[in-house]
Design a protein around this ligand. Structure first.
Ligand code: AGP
Length: 610
């Protein structure tokens, strides 16, 4: 998820672009750049790896100016953070900034290289501006060349173009990535999100998928790519700039909880080939023959990412019939793990910088294992150390408590299981469409659960003063019991334990009394009746039960006043849905208790020390 800003007006735009990018730094911050067309007509581009402060330093040394320009702060999806991969990207008279994922960029890049095109970056974005130049060279106008290039793209984009041949106008377009217009006095703005321009105007036009807009300082024209004019009513925004960085949410964590359906879509979309109904993971760099040699898989991570690995184990063993061991990053290297060339070590990490997980990967490399990584940050240490990666395209996760990265990790591990399952012929080509169809339906079910946050908020009010919580789950939901307990403890500071429900009678039942809320995860699978028994054991001792029940209320276990009903889904996808109410429960309890939800005490977003 990147930040884009564009400006055309009567005064110099450099400061406007830089300030706008700073307001978007939460969307991505591994590199940044701006481009301006100076009054003399020359194009000035300044880019830098690192945070926007580095760009500012370069601009102090090279104070470019112009009354029309574009800017970009990057969250890398293709190509590591570097000056060359930083936006804007230029070719011929065109300069572009882009937010999104061009799924067919490698095909386009190969075709253009065959025609003698030279590329200077590893990004998917550069193909957009190369295509525009190619179309322009064929005699099209600047706008028609841009339209023709956009029509060749598959995937998502929000783009803003400068063209040296038309220095009085910006051309912007969106498809599945957000883009807005800001209407000022004698100036117009384009941005990924409201915060970038709220200091200059609160009159906003929300562009829609398929819109392309020509923007001048005194107005704009919105059309479709087919040239049909479109009218969009300007809205008046009443947020303040700080609120706007969270898109109106009170905390980044809440915003990220609600971003999960999109994060799941972004994670699986690029990997699922709907035409061939197959799974593509080119960046994993793992051939069928290499997969054929794998006799054991280790999944290694820390914290929430470790819980994702526990879920991954169930699915991968089920569909691939290859033994999977799951280890904590902080333990793995001290137990002299049995690793060799027939072992695949997959580390999982949101940040890609966790010291214990890095050490585990180092151990695997030294012992000759095949090493891969699931990471959310392109170009992070783990992404660079491993022999290949699966990226969770969840976008920057600012809240310390991991939410959207977690469910995106689950999806990444599902994709890995399907990919390996196909390679070892445990999943036939005929089996795959059913799995893919369920993945496609998942985001809608997530939206349904998330839309009922108020039910969770009332549960939070009832139990916010408890001193201890117990979370119980069985089978593939046991790791979700662990994750739910971690979420609650790390942001509300209430002690919470996750337990395999079958273990309750082996100890934790001694804790049950009227002061101990017990969260039970009750999917309608083969273990449902056993979970009902757990509920009755808890209630028989005066315990308070909060039941997450699948499909329908269930009062077999007596008057269960506190139930949250989840939509049905296949067993392998239940962990994603059951996580959501647990994230919301932790969030609402923490808000009620007044803790710092986004930056809880003692914690860091990335634990880069052992
Ligand atoms: C989870 O909410 C915590 N923030 C923490 O457990 C985290 O999952 C862990 O530190 C691992 O981080 P990583 O995914 O960036 O490696």
């Amino acid at each position: 998820m990147c930040g884009i800003v564009g400006y055309v007006g009567a005064v110099d735009g450099r400061a406007i672009l830089v300030e706008g990018l700073k307001r978007l730094e939460y969307r991505g911050y591994d590199s940044a750049g701006i481009a301006l067309i100076a009054d003399g007509g020359q194009v000035e581009v300044v880019r830098s790896q690192g945070k926007i402060a580095v760009l500012e330093e370069r601009l102090r040394a090279r104070p470019v100016s112009g009354r029309i320009g574009i800017g970009h702060t990057r969250w890398a999806t293709h190509g590591r953070p570097s000056d060359e991969n930083a936006h804007p990207h230029s070719s011929g008279p065109f300069i572009v900034v882009h937010n999104g994922i061009i799924e067919n960029y490698s095909e386009i890049k190969a075709r253009l290289e065959k025609e003698g095109c030279a590329f200077s970056s590893e990004t998917d974005t550069e193909v957009i501006v190369k295509l525009a130049e190619r179309e322009w060279n064929s005699g099209k106008s600047a706008k028609d060349a841009i339209v023709a290039s956009l029509k060749q793209l598959r995937g998502s984009y929000a783009v803003v173009f400068l063209c040296q041949e038309t220095p009085g106008e910006l051309i912007a377009a969106r498809k599945e990535s957000p883009l807005i217009l800001g209407l000022g006095e004698g100036a117009c703005y384009v941005a990924s999100d409201v915060p970038a321009i709220l200091s200059y105007t609160n009159r906003i036009v929300y562009l829609e998928d398929g819109d392309i807009v020509t923007v001048r300082k005194d107005g704009y024209v919105i059309e479709t790519l087919e040239g049909e004019k479109k009218e969009r009513v300007p809205q008046i925004i009443d947020w303040n700039p700080v609120m706007a960085e969270k898109a109106g949410y009170k905390h980044f964590m809440l915003k990220e909880i609600y971003e999960q359906p999109q994060a799941v879509i972004n994670t699986f979309r690029g990997a699922v080939d709907l035409n061939r109904m197959d799974i593509r993971l080119p960046q994993l760099q793992l051939s069928d023959s290499e997969i054929g040699r794998i006799r054991r898989i280790y999944l290694v991570a820390c914290g929430t990412s470790y819980h994702a690995c526990l879920v991954g184990k169930y699915f991968i063993e089920k569909v691939c019939r290859i033994p999977v061991e799951v280890d904590l990053g902080s333990e793995f290297r001290y137990r002299e793990p049995i690793l060799d060339a027939d072992t695949l070590l997959m580390v999982v990490s949101q940040s890609g910088e966790t010291a214990d997980t890095k050490a585990a990967l180092q151990e695997g490399m030294e012992r000759g294992a095949v090493c891969r990584a699931v990471v959310n940050v392109v170009g992070s240490s783990l992404a660079r150390m491993a022999g290949g990666v699966i990226y969770t395209h969840a976008g920057p996760e600012i809240g310390v408590a991991s939410t959207k990265a977690f469910t995106a990790q689950l999806v990444a591990l599902y994709l890995f299981g399907l990919y390996v399952g196909r390679a070892v012929n445990r999943i036939s080509r005929e089996d795959l469409p059913a799995y893919v169809q369920e993945l496609i339906e998942l985001p809608g079910k997530m939206e349904d659960v998330l839309s009922r946050s108020e039910e969770i908020s009332s549960l939070a009010r009832r139990y916010m003063h408890a001193r201890d919580f117990l979370y119980l789950g069985r089978g593939v939901l046991y790791p979700i019991a662990l994750e739910g307990a971690l979420k609650l403890k790390e942001i509300s500071y209430i002690h919470a334990e996750g337990y395999a429900a079958g273990e309750m009678k082996h100890g934790p039942i001694a804790l049950i009394d009227e002061n101990m809320p017990v969260v039970v995860l009750m999917d309608r699978g083969p273990l449902y009746e056993k979970m009902l028994s757990n509920v009755q054991e808890v209630k028989a001792r005066g315990g308070q039960v909060i039941a997450l029940v699948e499909e329908a209320r269930d009062d077999k276990a007596g008057a269960l006043e506190d139930q949250f009903i989840l939509p049905p889904t296949s067993s392998w996808l239940k962990p994603v849905l059951f996580s959501l109410p647990l994230q919301l429960l932790a969030y609402h309890v923490a808000v009620l208790r007044g803790t710092d939800v986004d930056q809880p005490r003692n914690l860091a977003k990335s634990v880069t020390v052992e």
